[in-house]
Design a protein around this ligand. Structure first.
Ligand SMILES: [Zn+2]
Length: 232
C-alpha cells in the first residue's frame, strides 16, 4: 500500500487550517515550497484527475481534484500519516497553467502533477490544498458561505515526510511522520513474523513491535498481520 507523501519537495506551510487570513473555519493548508518561483508539486501517491474547475469558466482558482488510485486508475486506499487507510481526494488550487491536466490522466507517486501560482487572486505563488475522504469532484458552499471540497477532512494527519526526498523550510507547528519509501517497505518475512507473533510462536522485541504495529495500538495483532500480508 502506498504512503501519502507531502506533495512538495521543500515543505513550507505558509498557512494552516483555521488560519487567520483566508482559512478561517476551513480545513486547508497553503504550501509554497522554496519561494524561488513557480515550483512543481508531486503526486503524493498514485492519483487520477477526477475533475477540473478552470478559473475562466467556473471562477474557482484552477482547482484540480486528484483521487487516489491503483495503476489502472481504480479507486484505492492509501496509508495516511496518522496510519489510517482510506481512499482520498487531493484538491489543489492557484496554478496559472492547467492546460496539461485532463480528466482521467494518471500520475504515479512522485510525478510532477501540479504547479504553484497565483490564479484566483492569490498573493504570491503557492498552492491551496484541501483533502477529502473518498473520490470527490466538487466544492460545496456551506451555510456560513465558505466553499470547501465535499467530504473534506483535516490536512493534519494526512501526509508523511519522505526521508531523503523532502526537506523543511517551515513546518508551521506540524509534525510529519517519517517514512523511508513511497510504498510499504514490508516483506514476506515481515508478514510471516507478524503471524508468528499473533500465534504466540515468536516473541518480538520492542523495535519489531514498533515496526509491525501498523494500527498503532501497541501490539502486533491479527489486523496488523493481515495488512502487512496484503501489502507484500
Ligand atoms: Zn489557501
Amino acid at each position: 500500500m502506498e504512503n501519502v507523501i507531502f506533495p512538495m519537495k521543500t515543505i513550507n506551510i505558509t498557512q494552516r487550517e483555521n488560519g487567520g487570513y483566508s482559512h478561517k473555519n476551513l480545513q486547508a493548508w497553503d504550501i509554497a515550497g522554496l519561494d524561488s518561483g513557480k515550483e512543481s508539486a508531486f503526486a503524493p501517491c498514485t492519483v487520477k484527475v477526477l475533475s477540473i474547475l478552470p478559473y475562466a469558466t467556473t471562477g474557482f482558482a484552477n482547482t484540480v481534484f486528484f483521487g487516489s488510485c491503483d495503476a489502472k486508475g481504480n479507486m484505492c486506499e492509501v496509508r495516511l500519516g496518522n496510519k489510517k487507510e482510506s481512499a482520498l481526494t487531493f484538491s489543489l488550487a492557484h496554478s496559472d497553467d492547467i492546460s496539461d491536466v485532463k480528466v482521467g490522466k494518471i500520475y504515479r507517486s512522485g510525478e510532477a502533477f501540479y504547479t504553484e501560482g497565483t490564479a484566483g487572486n492569490a498573493t504570491g505563488n503557492h498552492i491551496h490544498l484541501e483533502v477529502a475522504e473518498g473520490w470527490q469532484t466538487k466544492k460545496q458552499k456551506r451555510s456560513d458561505g465558505i466553499w470547501e471540497t465535499e467530504n473534506i477532512i483535516p490536512v493534519n494527519g494526512v501526509f508523511c515526510y519522505l526521508n531523503g526526498w523532502n526537506s523543511v523550510k517551515y513546518l508551521n507547528g506540524v509534525v510529519l511522520p517519517v517514512v523511508s519509501g513511497r510504498a510499504s517497505d514490508f516483506t514476506i518475512a515481515d508478514a510471516q513474523k507478524a503471524f508468528m507473533i499473533v500465534a504466540g510462536k515468536y516473541t518480538a522485541n520492542e523495535a519489531e513491535i514498533k515496526r509491525l504495529d501498523i494500527n498503532g495500538d501497541g501490539v502486533v495483532g491479527i489486523d496488523d498481520a493481515m495488512k502487512i500480508f496484503k501489502s507484500v
